[in-house]
Write a protein that binds this ligand. Structure first.
Ligand code: ATP
Ligand code: MG
Length: 361
């Protein structure tokens, strides 16, 4: 069987890191006897330069016909780039937002995994964890406050603004299912995070989450209030496996959790729809300050490719092989500049990719 991957390198460091991720995918395919075919598509600023818009209909159609999308990053320095003299809906980021919507991606998965070799960069002291930090945030992406009705009115000379947090049971059920499916492949625990002592939407969230849990008897479900979760992520991060939460709580908690891992250059992500299709991308942006210098850390993109294999192609062993290769290279002391520390060996973007490939072969 041939698997079709749409590659969207994007802007800034995007092309540099996607090149390395593709090398790693090719090496993995060779070892495990798979055939991956690629279609390179323009997105963001690269698409503006070529076609005058950040995402074309043709690109959408081609992305939909692929089995998964691997993306770099979009955007540039807003102060200097001509792309930001365009109206907001014509800018690079608008292309990505539209693509996510077209692909109906409602679940955002962001792991926070602390590599042993990088633990000095973790702001949480080792005394707060024993076995390590390895958690996955499953964030609902299409509902909640960010998409609820909103308005600003002036009543009797006083301005008033309203945002609405809405979830229906269908939306809760589908994201809860993703979280449990994810937990089955991990440590079999879901912590559902809400504010059920105050919010009706959170009370419905709890009820539906418990209904879904009944279908996954091998997975333990616990509930936690969001304020407590924010605290627990720092004082006892290793208690978590999968954290399931709504859009805004997930936005905030995933940035908090990401800092546990040491560098943004290490963090992959996945955005999934109701099928096995997904869009995979590093959590970081296009890093225009270091673009073209060959110093960007490609590991976030490479680990995103590993997530692609795991979640879209059900290639668990292959995904693990990539993650183990990253671990081994870090253990040998190789570092890109963002994770460089004393006595370590500094390597370029391409050298890091090559080192990881060597471990896979
Ligand atoms: P966006 O709005 O697109 O998320 P951002 O403003 O959050 O972008 P990033 O592009 O993520 O910013 O960059 C933030 C900082 O992290 C920059 O100094 C950048 O150079 C650095 N950075 C981001 N990604 C990497 C990477 N892969 N390797 C090394 N440094 C990186
Ligand atoms: Mg950012």
């Amino acid at each position: 069987m041939e698997y079709k991957i749409a590659l969207m390198p994007g802007d800034g460091i995007g092309p540099e890191i996607i090149k390395e991720a593709r090398k790693v995918l090719d090496a993995t395919a060779k070892v495990y006897g798979h055939t991956f075919s690629y279609e390179e598509l323009l997105l963001g600023g690269a698409s503006i330069d070529a076609y005058g818009e950040p995402l074309t209909e043709e690109t959408i159609a081609k992305a939909k016909s692929a089995d998964a999308v691997l993306m770099g990053a979009v955007g540039a320095d807003a102060k200097t780039s001509p792309w930001y003299r365009l109206s907001p809906e014509k800018r690079p980021e608008a292309g990505l937002l539209k693509l996510r919507k077209e692909l109906k991606l409602f679940a955002n998965l962001r792991p926070a995994y602390l590599y042993e070799a990088l633990k000095d960069a973790c702001p949480v002291k080792e005394q707060f964890y024993q076995t390590g930090i390895d958690l996955m945030i499953v964030r609902e992406l299409t509902g909640g406050l960010y998409f609820g009705e909103r308005k600003t009115v002036v009543e009797n000379g006083i301005a008033k603004a309203v945002d609405t947090l809405t979830y229906d049971e269908k939306e809760i059920r589908r994201i809860a299912k993703k979280a449990f499916e994810t937990a089955v492949k991990r440590k079999k625990k879901v912590t559902s995070v809400d504010k059920a002592n105050v919010l009706d939407s959170s009370r419905l969230w709890r009820k539906i989450t418990e209904e879904v849990a009944a279908d996954y008897p091998e997975v333990t479900l616990e509930h936690m209030l969001v304020d407590n979760c924010a605290m627990q992520l720092i004082c006892n991060p290793e208690q978590f496996d999968v954290i399931l939460t709504e859009n805004m709580f997930g936005d905030i908690l995933s940035d908090e959790a990401s800092m546990l891992t040491g560098s943004i250059g290490m963090l992959p992500s996945a955005s999934l729809n109701e099928t096995s299709f997904g869009l995979y991308e590093p959590s970081h942006g296009s890093a225009p300050d270091i673009a073209g210098k060959g110093i960007a850390n490609p590991i976030a993109a490479i680990l995103s490719a590993a997530m692609l294999l795991r979640y879209s192609f059900s290639m668990e062993e292959e995904a693990k092989a990539i993650e183990n290769a990253v671990n081994a290279v870090l253990n040998e002391g190789y570092r890109t500049s963002d994770i460089m520390s004393e006595n370590m060996k500094k390597v370029s973007t391409g050298e890091m990719g090559d080192l990881i490939i060597e471990k896979i072969q």
